[in-house]
Design a protein around this ligand. Structure first.
Ligand code: HGY
Ligand code: MN
Ligand code: MN
Length: 416
């Protein structure tokens, strides 16, 4: 059964108001957000979150990756905390809810516990992970990857953005280098509440996604070397055309992902041409292939095929080809006990629900390596995300937050 306190609900208006207030920081150009990690806007959002946490009576710890941990004490000082978290950084053309909903719903759980005078055995920690998106500094889920021991701190600090600025310098610049060793914290459990970022829950008319798994991912960064030449006076048979090689590789990635259906995706979201001049054939093209699948064999098979076929495409055009994996995590199975706590909470609260596999990656994917972890999802309009038009309803937002509230209370243990 879900936690006692049959009628526990979050304050839906307060949650929604907090989402809208955070959305005013780092506004986009079309109603969404551009609050990229380690920018001044990110720093402003972090300060607002810190003020809210301190006003709710929590104490803040920060680790050397800048991840924020706000703690509400439990009655048992020896009990490991229950963590609730997600991320406040956004894509350059991001929505108002991706990541933010999970962080601010965690805060809303604390605010509601305060309203109801609830005490728990285990402490509760609300977490804002640094650089979940991986938009400015690849890979995605960078801080949680270091926390889980999958990525090194020095590797993370050396990551550069397109302007050549390093993660470490930017973290120092905004004044958010904490003193805690990354990964020193031990967790009793971790919950992440997130919008689905896909069309399934809305199409199936379900309020809650009980997330059982998350698909794995490879980010393959290709660097193709052609020969800079005049686009007008260079005969077609004399070209060493890296742009053409990229186009053929992108077409091939689409074909490999379609051959791997169902349960596979592949595409390219970022490409850079050098010198990127309209009438110069590119000497260098750098682009990242993003492939994902919940099936390990299928995921790794796609990677092998894409790398082999890309080498053939480039050889046929005389284009140089190198590839580096700049992001990866294996498919994840979330903790069955926590998954059941989420399902029990949804049933207890009378919310429609279904099992779902997360299409997007989340910090929970790395946390699951070092602690029992799971996720809760709510629908989003049209399944749209990583788009400023990302939208959810207030009812969807609060239903998921209610489920989070009950699942966390059940796991943290209410003390009468
Ligand atoms: O790439 C992802 O899946 C996440 O949005 N960082
Ligand atoms: Mn996210
Ligand atoms: Mn995202």
């Amino acid at each position: 059964m879900a936690a006692p306190g049959e009628n526990m609900r979050v304050n839906a208006d307060r949650l929604w108001d907090s989402l809208m207030e955070m959305a005013r920081i780092g506004p986009g150009v079309a109603g969404g957000n551009n609050r990229q990690t380690l920018t001044d806007a990110d720093a402003e959002g972090r300060s607002l979150f810190r003020r809210w946490c301190e006003a709710a009576g929590m104490t803040l710890g920060v680790d050397r990756m800048g991840t924020m941990f706000a703690t509400r004490p439990g009655t048992d000082p020896d009990a490991l905390p229950v963590y609730v978290g997600s991320h406040l950084d956004t894509q350059p053309t991001g929505g108002k809810y991706d990541g933010v909903l999970g962080v601010l719903s965690g805060l809303e759980v604390i605010r509601s516990m305060n309203d109801l005078g609830i005490r728990t055995k285990h402490p509760i920690v609300v977490t804002n992970w640094t650089n979940e998106e991986g938009a400015r500094f690849a890979p995605a889920m960078l801080a949680s990857g270091v926390f889980a021991g999958a990525l090194g701190l020095d590797y993370a600090y050396a990551r550069t953005d397109p302007d050549g600025k390093t993660f470490g310098d930017e973290l120092k610049r905004i004044g958010w280098v904490g003193d805690e060793e990354v990964g020193a914290r031990k967790m009793h459990a971790y919950f992440e509440y997130h919008i689905e970022q896909g069309p399934i829950l809305e199409a199936e008319n379900r309020q809650i996604g009980v997330v059982t798994h998350c698909q794995g991912l490879w980010w393959l960064e290709f660097t193709l070397t052609g020969r800079e030449a005049h686009t007008g006076s260079t005969p077609m048979n004399l070209r060493v055309n890296a742009g053409l090689a990229m186009a053929r590789i992108m077409e091939m990635v689409q074909a490999v992902a379609m051959e791997a259906q169902p349960g596979a995706v592949g595409g390219v979201g970022q490409a850079f041409f050098s010198p990127n001049s309209r009438n110069v054939l590119p000497g260098k093209v750098v682009f990242t292939v993003d492939i994902r699948s919940p099936d390990q064999t299928k995921l790794d098979g796609m990677r092998a095929k894409i790398e082999a076929e890309a080498a053939k495409i480039c050889a046929a055009l005389g284009v140089g080809c190198s590839v580096e994996a700049v992001g990866h995590f294996d498919p994840v199975t979330f903790d069955p006990t926590l998954v059941s706590a989420v399902r029990n909470a949804a049933e207890h609260l009378g919310y429609s629900h279904m099992n779902i596999i997360s299409g997007a990656g989340h910090d929970a994917c790395w946390v699951a390596k070092v602690a029992p972890a799971t996720m809760i999802m709510c629908p989003c309009v049209g399944g749209l995300s990583h788009n400023e038009a990302e939208e959810i309803s207030k009812d969807w937002a609060s239903a998921g937050a209610d489920v989070l509230f009950h699942a966390v209370m059940e796991t943290a243990g209410i003390v009468e």
